[in-house]
Design a protein around this ligand. Structure first.
Ligand code: NAD
Length: 473
């Protein structure tokens, strides 16, 4: 709040999972809030063309897979028929319901929502342009939450509607017979899985030696095994040298161990090789805001930029580019603006890849520990010994604790298996609360649930797991 008693004027640029929680919290705290976005309602990439539509489609893909899998229990369904128009409408309905809901919440909180594209004029003025007018919004503080956009390398930038980014892939224009997915990261695997379930022959090309670079290899192996069964081919250590329109679709020249300058035809190509922050064309040049060489806006622990009145959160302010990290930063920035001693210092940020099975981790990973020379103890519980996993026919999983030697404190947890994205919540709480392996094993977990694997991994650490004989590694 300003000293003269008037409410602090806050403008939030970008209404995604960073921007809208910032605006809503600030409004609840009594600030005079303007939220600016090009869309008619809050939601950002996550709701309009990211997390929410992709998870809707992944849900459908999962049901298709389950229908196939249940044959092992003697239930046979007829071949599914997918009505693409209705699937698209269903997905769009989910998006519309959630974004319009956020619009209502915004109005109920008396947030001044301005639709348009914002650009800073100076350290206290944002100019918003839409089709009909220019509006200057004067502010005491601003939060930049403009997110990121798909990055397309120059070699793959050809002017063809057959080359998709994640936004185009989520449009569900058609189910291509042959789909090339460039990039074996989050988006490549998630959307590649969707199209594979819908019937495309999917080829995934990954530049590095493994899928999901950075994630622990033992966990990736669980996912890779099943994804391999679902897709046509996974080509590692391979790059796409060029793409060209051809009479049949898109001709891709692949270069790798198995494909030395090999030309292959595809009907569509999905490029999913990362995202880049949206810090350009915001008028930052004339301000003391620093944009680093990777395009991220630099901030301090409160998410304040070099310009004292301006903060930055979410994808535009650095990795990991995850919606929930943006939402947490929103709280930090708003509290800092309100004069509270807030800082962004999480012990763990969970990451979830929504493949089937899911892959999730939180806190320190084994890979990070090994790279940084941090001494750790590891306890991995295989889901082959989980009753719940057996009942659902999904013994393909592992729950792994990363513990501090001596103290047995939980530094990190990695889970690969069905529903790992939900299970990681308990693990994140454990890391944040400074729990020890003993806390996990002495907490009663409901039976039969997959959550027991967290407890069992702790039991295994003490060699007291009732269901698994084996020493921790
Ligand atoms: P990513 O960084 O997850 O994966 C990109 C992959 O492409 C990497 O494996 C990389 O090695 C590979 N690659 C890079 N250049 C290549 C090339 N020329 N040829 C072949 N492979 C190449 O990026 P993404 O999948 O585009 O997703 C972007 C970001 O969006 C993610 O980092 C994540 O932060 C976020 N995201 C999160 C979720 C989720 O939380 N479930 C889902 C989707 C996206």
């Amino acid at each position: 709040m300003t000293t003269d008693g008037a409410a602090t004027r806050l403008v939030v640029l970008g209404a995604g999972p960073g921007g809208y929680p910032a605006a809503f919290l600030a409004a609840e705290m009594g600030m005079d809030v303007t939220l600016v976005d090009v869309e008619a309602n809050p939601g950002g990439v996550c709701l309009y063309r990211g997390c929410i539509p992709s998870k809707t489609l992944l849900h459908v893909a999962h049901v298709l897979d389950m229908a196939e899998q249940v044959t092992e229990f003697g239930v046979d369904f007829a071949e599914p028929s997918v009505d693409l128009d209705r699937l698209r409408e269903g997905k769009d309905r989910v998006v519309a319901k959630m974004t319009s809901g956020l619009g209502q919440l915004s109005r109920a909180r008396k947030v001044n929502y301005v639709q348009g594209r914002g650009r800073f004029v100076d350290a206290h003025t944002l100019r918003v342009a839409n089709d009909s007018e220019l509006t200057d919004v004067h502010f005491d503080h601003a939060i930049i939450a403009t997110g990121s956009v798909p990055a397309i390398p120059r070699a793959l930038q050809i002017d063809s509607p057959r080359v998709w980014d994640s936004t185009a892939a989520l449009e569900l224009e058609l189910v291509p017979e042959r789909l090339l997915v460039v990039g074996g990261g989050y988006i490549g695997l998630e959307l590649g899985s969707v199209y594979a379930a819908l019937g495309s022959a999917v080829t995934i090309v990954e530049m590095t030696g493994g899928l999901l670079p950075g994630a622990d290899r033992d966990l990736v192996a669980v996912v890779q095994k099943r994804v391999t069964e679902r897709v046509e081919q996974i080509l590692l250590n391979t790059t796409v040298v060029s793409l060209e329109e051809s009479s049949e679709g898109i001709a891709a020249t692949l270069s790798g161990v198995e494909t030395e300058n090999e030309r292959r035809e595809f009907d569509r190509v999905l490029v999913a090789v990362g995202r880049r922050p949206n810090a350009g064309d915001l008028g930052l040049e004339s301000l003391a805001v620093t944009v680093n060489e990777r395009g991220f806006i630099e901030t301090d622990v409160q998410r304040r930029t070099g310009e004292p009145s301006i903060f930055a959160i979410g994808d535009v302010a650095g990795e990991p580019m995850l919606a929930h990290k943006a939402t947490h930063e929103a709280r930090t920035a708003v509290e800092a603006i309100a004069g509270e001693p807030s800082a962004f210092a999480p012990a763990a940020i969970p990451a979830v890849v929504f493949t089937d099975p899911e892959l999730a981790w939180t806190g320190l990973t084994e890979t990070e520990a090994r790279m940084q020379g941090i001494d750790i103890e590891v306890s991995s519980f295989p889901w082959g010994a989980s009753g719940r996993a057996t009942t659902i026919g999904r013994n393909d999983g592992v729950t792994k604790l990363i513990l501090e030697p001596g103290t047995e404190r939980v530094l990190g947890v990695g889970i690969a298996g069905s529903g790992a994205g939900e299970l990681i919540a308990e693990a994140t709480l454990a890391v944040e609360m400074g729990a020890r392996a003993d806390d996990l094993r002495l907490t009663i977990h409901a039976h039969p649930t997959l959550s027991e694997t967290v407890m069992e991994a702790a039991e295994l650490f003490f060699n007291t797991s009732p269901h698994y004989i084996g020493r921790r590694r």
